[in-house]
Design a protein around this ligand. Structure first.
Ligand code: HEM
Length: 235
């Protein structure tokens, strides 16, 4: 009985936090930082393509065997995938609900909707939609091979990446997405820091600088791959 009451109290606390705007912003900040960590690691891993097919394919194979013999083949990778999917869903759902709340809160929402959303808010919303669509495309392209331009080869990501960036639309899709990612991270990192209470008058300049550097590193690091293939440094 006492246990049931404690569990009820805890779940109603979780519901209260989730229903509050601060709670949703916190979920957005934490899920965003988890995805950001993954992206930094993914970007560094991608740069191994400049060291040739053996090194890049070996790295992709290692991603599947990491943690062995304690972990079975692909267990660690699947654990990472579960965390990432949870982060993407939590981020998207809280963003959608916060946007709806924001629009509902405006008495003159039909007349001034466009004028009143700030430039940053609109960029974040559109950027988020572009990144969500890109992610679906990217997984169908380089993970499952469903929309891949060449003959997709399981276990040969080097050749798959070269095939993708040998088409104009492959380059266009990835470059547009990576530019959207840079803008999203630049504002998102700073927003997350404010939500999590890291902002202050003295720290804001430093936080903005960190956001700029992170966004620039990710943009340049990811774009280096299609540029490498286009210029035949990677072939
Ligand atoms: C030029 C840019 C990019 C390249 C060349 C690239 C390359 C790849 C490759 C080759 C894979 C398959 C790895 C494997 O199966 O071993 C992959 C998976 C993935 N990429 Fe990217 N990627 C890029 C940008 C991005 C961006 C911007 C995002 C996120 C917005 C992203 C998110 C992911 C995710 C979530 C996976 C699935 C990981 C898994 O479950 O195995 N990638 N990427």
């Amino acid at each position: 009985m006492a246990l049931a009451t404690r569990t009820d109290r805890r779940s109603s606390l979780a519901r209260t936090v989730w229903n509050s705007s601060v709670g949703k912003k916190t979920v957005m900040a934490v899920s965003g930082l988890i995805m950001l960590l993954y992206l930094v690691v993914h970007m560094i891993g991608n740069l191994k393509i400049f060291f040739g097919p053996d090194e890049f394919n070996h790295y992709a194979h290692w991603l599947r065997t990491v943690g062995e013999p304690f972990m079975h083949y692909e267990w660690t990778l699947w654990a990472i995938r579960v965390v990432l999917v949870a982060a993407v869903v939590a981020h998207a759902v809280s963003a959608y609900q916060l946007s709806r709340r924001d629009l509902r809160a405006r008495p003159d929402r039909y007349v001034h909707r466009r004028a009143r959303a700030t430039y940053a808010t609109r960029t974040m919303r559109w950027g988020g939609v572009i990144l969500g669509l890109f992610l679906v495309w990217h997984l169908l392209d380089l993970t499952t091979g469903t929309v891949h331009s060449g003959g997709f080869q399981e276990g040969h990501p080097y050749q798959n990446v070269v095939d993708t960036f040998s088409t104009w639309y492959g380059n266009a899709v990835y470059i547009v997405a990576v530019l959207a990612l840079g803008l999203h991270v630049r504002h998102g990192f700073w927003s997350a820091a404010q939500t999590l209470g890291a902002g202050s008058r003295t720290r804001d300049r430093a936080l903005k600088a960190v956001a700029d550097v992170l966004a620039l590193l990710l943009t340049v690091g990811f774009i280096a791959v299609p540029v490498g293939v286009m210029t035949e440094v990677v072939s």
